[in-house]
Design a binder for this molecule. Structure first.
Ligand SMILES: Nc1ncnc2c1ncn2[C@@H]1O[C@H](COP(=O)(O)OP(=O)(O)OP(=O)(O)O)[C@@H](O)[C@H]1O
Ligand SMILES: [Mg+2]
Length: 254
């Protein structure tokens, strides 16, 4: 699935009739199978951009096309992972993973698929457990399984690992890359962490300014798995930082 954002802007209406222009002139083309990182400071409109791609909100001007068709609302081929795991506490792990499929009537071999995806995220043995009895990292993995079981073509992730400790975060980053390499979806991952961007992305899109525009698009051609201790990782990170600085100065942003 290719995604085209053409001159997209997003304006919110605030109380007392005031308006806030958050995004302006966003032109972006994403090819199927890309792992795109959306990088930018807090409040620059990263979640807004993701909500537009998810069909939760609509652009104020411009178009977003998926396979040349405008987005008309949420679609089962697009999955979303929020900043906090949003599980239903009264359902077990396996019921949470199956929940979306049941609602959509996608029940073919569902029990088998649920077992398979629970295994994929390393939670075999926890099928009957309820979310309050899981650690935060485990709850994330349930959310991951629930998002991936429908084999999304596009997977939107809004700072999903931000509240985890370093060990759990590293582990889930690794698992996410392994799943992406085997499932071959397009990932669009929001972060404000440059190391996470270099670890995961094939393409980094930098947002900034008021209203936010795209300040730079950088390709990362390092092979996977990537290791922050590798010399090539260090060089890529350094050159990305240099390019970021240059692009922000060029745009009179700093
Ligand atoms: N529904 C809304 N109505 C009005 N203003 C909104 C709405 N959603 C977001 N905003 C405003 O739009 C701006 C961008 O918000 P957004 O959540 O997209 O930023 P962000 O880059 O995701 O920030 P963070 O990194 O803190 O999550 C902020 O100023 C926010 O207050
Ligand atoms: Mg956000």
């Amino acid at each position: 699935m290719t995604i085209h954002m053409k001159d997209v802007s997003k304006r919110y209406t605030l109380p007392k009739g005031k308006e806030l222009l958050v995004l302006e002139g966003i032109d972006l083309e994403i090819r199927h199978g890309d792992f795109v990182i959306i990088l930018g400071q807090s409040g620059c409109g990263k979640s807004t951009l993701l909500n537009l791609l998810a069909g939760f909100q609509f652009p104020s001007t411009g178009n977003i096309l998926i396979n040349n068709k405008p987005i008309c609302g949420p679609d089962p081929s697009i999955a979303f992972l929020f900043q906090r795991p949003s599980l239903l506490p009264w359902l077990t792990v396996e019921e949470n993973v199956a929940f979306g499929c049941k609602i959509r009537g996608d029940t073919h071999k569902l029990a088998y698929r649920v077992t398979q995806f629970i295994e994929m995220v390393g939670l075999s043995g926890f099928e009957k457990v309820h979310p309050p009895k899981l650690s935060v990292g485990m709850a994330y993995r349930v959310s991951l399984a629930r998002a991936l079981i429908g084999h999304p073509q596009i997977f939107l992730l809004d700072e999903p690992l931000v509240s985890l400790d370093t060990f759990m975060r590293n582990r889930l980053q690794e698992e996410l890359i392994n799943i992406w390499l085997s499932e071959y979806f397009t990932a669009i991952f929001v972060t404000h962490d440059i190391d996470e961007a270099v670890l995961l992305g094939t393409k980094v899109v930098v947002l900034g300014g008021r209203p936010s525009r795209i300040r730079g698009i950088f390709d990362i051609q390092l092979p996977y798995p990537r290791k922050p201790t590798d010399e090539s990782f260090f060089h890529t990170r350094t050159s990305l930082l240099k390019e970021l600085k240059a692009s922000f100065i060029e745009n009179h942003f700093i």
